[in-house]
Design a binder for this molecule. Structure first.
Ligand SMILES: [Zn+2]
Length: 296
C-alpha cells in the first residue's frame, strides 16, 4: 500500500516559499497531501508534519467558539459521562508519574478530567480558551480559568501539568512548552497526549485519519518528534505510552459522523450489527494517540 507518510516523495524538493521546520529549522519540507484547503508539509530532516498555511489566531478563535455552540464539539460536550469514564482511565495512566503538589489541566474543556481528579482528592485547576466550556466546568463546581496559554498568569506554581490533545492544536508548540515550563514548580512534570502519525491507525487511514483535522490540528507528531520538541524546550521525557480513549461504540460512531463522514459510513454499517447493550458500554479504544510524560 502506498502511504505518503512512509514512502519517500518522488519530488524531494519542498515548496520554496514555505517557512522552515519549527523543530529543526530545515527548509526541506514536502507536501504529502492537501485536505480542506490546507497543505500538509513533512520535514525531510525530522519528519514533523505541519499545516501550511498556519491558520491565524482569529480564525481559530472563531472556529473554537462556534464549534462548542453548534458544531463539532457539541456531542463531545454533551457526552460528559463518557468523558468522565475516559478521564478516569487517563488519570490511572498519568497519576503514577505525578509529583507532590497542585495540578493544572490545560485545555480542560468542560472539565471531565478536573471532575475525575477532584473526586480522587487531587487539588487541580483547569485552563481553556473557550468561554462556554469554562462556564460549563465552573457550573460543575470545578476551578477553571478562561484564558489563552499566551496570556495566562497563574496565581501559584504547579507540580503537574496535564494537556490532553493540546499540543497539536496550538499555533506555536515550542512557545506553548516554554509557557507551561514557567508555570511549574521546581522538578514539576508535564503529561501531554498527541496523535501519533506513525500509529497503525494513521498508516492505514492515510489522509482520512480523523486526527488529520485542519484547521484545528496544526502540528502532527510521532514519538520521536514529540519527545524532541519537549527536549528542545527544557523537558526530559521520562515515559511514553499508547493512550487509548474510553468511549462507547455509539459515541465513536457519532464522532465519526462529524469528523470523518467517509469512515462513518463504513463503521455505521458494521456497528449496526453490534447489540445495543455493547454499543453503549464504555470501552478503552486505541485511536493512535500517545502520552508523553516529561520532567522540567
Ligand atoms: Zn524538521
Amino acid at each position: 500500500m502506498s502511504n505518503p507518510f512512509l514512502d519517500p516523495p518522488s519530488d524531494p524538493a519542498g515548496p520554496g516559499d514555505a517557512p522552515p521546520c519549527i523543530l529543526c529549522g530545515s527548509h526541506r519540507r514536502t507536501k504529502v497531501f492537501e485536505k480542506q484547503g490546507y497543505d500538509f508539509l513533512r520535514c525531510g530532516e525530522c519528519s514533523l508534519v505541519r499545516l501550511e498555511p498556519v491558520p491565524d489566531e482569529k480564525t481559530l478563535a472563531q472556529v473554537y467558539e462556534s464549534s462548542y455552540d453548534d458544531g463539532a464539539y457539541r456531542t463531545f460536550a454533551d457526552a460528559h459521562q463518557i468523558r468522565l469514564a475516559h478521564a478516569e482511565a487517563r488519570l490511572d495512566i498519568v497519576a503514577p508519574h505525578a509529583s507532590e503538589g497542585p495540578w493544572l489541566d490545560v485545555g480542560c474543556s468542560t472539565g471531565a478530567f478536573l471532575d475525575a481528579a477532584s473526586r480522587r482528592g487531587i487539588d487541580i485547576d483547569g485552563l481553556d480558551v473557550s468561554a462556554s466550556a469554562v462556564e460549563t466546568a465552573r457550573g460543575r463546581g470545578l476551578n477553571a480559568f478562561h484564558a489563552a496559554a499566551e496570556s495566562f498568569e497563574p496565581e501559584r506554581r504547579y507540580a503537574y501539568i496535564t494537556g490532553f490533545d493540546v499540543l497539536e492544536h496550538v499555533v506555536d508548540p515550542g512557545a506553548f512548552l516554554d509557557r507551561i515550563h514557567g508555570w511549574l514548580a521546581p522538578r514539576g512534570r508535564i503529561a501531554l497526549t498527541v496523535p501519533d502519525i506513525k500509529s497503525i491507525h494513521a498508516r492505514l487511514m492515510g489522509r482520512h485519519w480523523y486526527y488529520y483535522s485542519p484547521p484545528l490540528h496544526i502540528t502532527y507528531f510521532d514519538r520521536a518528534t514529540a519527545t524532541k520538541m519537549m527536549e528542545s524546550h527544557g523537558f526530559y521525557p521520562i515515559a511514553i505510552a499508547n493512550a487509548p480513549k474510553v468511549m462507547t461504540i455509539d459515541y465513536v460512531t457519532s464522532q465519526l459522523a462529524t469528523f470523518n463522514p467517509w469512515l462513518y459510513r463504513a463503521v455505521s454499517a458494521v456497528s449496526g450489527l453490534v447489540p445495543a447493550t455493547l454499543r453503549s458500554r464504555a470501552l478503552p479504544i486505541s485511536t493512535g494517540e500517545i502520552l508523553v510524560v516529561a520532567s522540567a
